[in-house]
Ligand binder design. Structure first.
Ligand code: G3P
Length: 219
């Protein structure tokens, strides 16, 4: 499963990238607002840092303006992936862009039928939001299971990009179901490393090592 960072914070992206943990980045208008940075400038910086797809979202609601915004965004770098909302205009834009060889992430997906439409429109990625479903009392992972089943039934190429990931269990469940990608805030990705037995193990090994009085020579 590919790991994307759901953030527009450059330092966090750099840190995860240097640890070899990043396959891409997703942003959205809320994350850009949170960063306080200029949209074009921060997107360009992210694209230079990360080799994989970097999602940048259009804000227009009509197809014609979405296409114009996408035109501006795709000039930023070859790894820009245009993010469009799951609406008829968004799907129309998706089809047009993917026919031209541009990557498209269809976002704000909340049902398996919507995911079916995204695949039919040739989306590179579909982004089902699991956390927001959980917030509303529906198990978001059920949606991922349904989409996996449908995409496998028809061998759709669209990749399932699990979004609105809030905790490490979402990551584990996504991997068990066979989602292609998950995008999560850096703090969730970093939390995957935590295990109390790892900490205890390090503590024990260090204690025993110190008792030997030895050291490993470094230059
Ligand atoms: O990028 C879209 C998505 O990941 C948003 O997450 O936490 O705002 O529901 P959240």
């Amino acid at each position: 499963m590919k790991f994307f960072a759901d953030t527009a914070e450059i330092d966090e992206i750099r840190e995860l990238n240097e640890a070899g943990l990043l396959d891409g980045v997703t942003t959205n208008p809320s994350l850009i607002a949170k960063s306080g940075r200029d949209f074009m400038e921060v997107t360009r910086e992210i694209c230079e840092l990360v080799d994989g797809p970097v999602s940048a979202e259009v804000v227009a609601l009509d197809h014609e303006t979405m296409m114009k915004e996408a035109e501006t965004l795709r000039k930023i770098a070859d790894n820009v992936c245009i993010k469009v909302p799951l609406t008829i205009d968004g799907l129309k834009t998706c089809r047009k862009l993917t026919d031209d060889g541009t990557m498209v992430n269809v976002t704000l997906c909340f049902s398996a039928n919507q995911a079916l439409l995204a695949a039919k429109a040739g989306a590179t990625f579909v982004s089902p939001f699991v956390g927001r479903h959980d917030d509303n009392g529906f198990d978001g992972m059920e949606l991922i299971r349904d989409i996996r089943l449908i995409y496998d039934n028809y061998l759709f190429d669209t990749e399932i990009l699990v979004a609105s990931v809030r905790h490490v269990t979402h990551v584990l469940e996504s991997a068990k179901i066979g989602a292609d990608v998950m995008t999560a805030p850096p703090k969730v990705i970093k939390a995957l490393v935590n295990h109390t037995l790892t900490d205890k193990g390090i503590e024990g090994f260090l204690k025993d090592w110190q008792s030997t009085g030895q050291s490993i020579k470094t230059s």
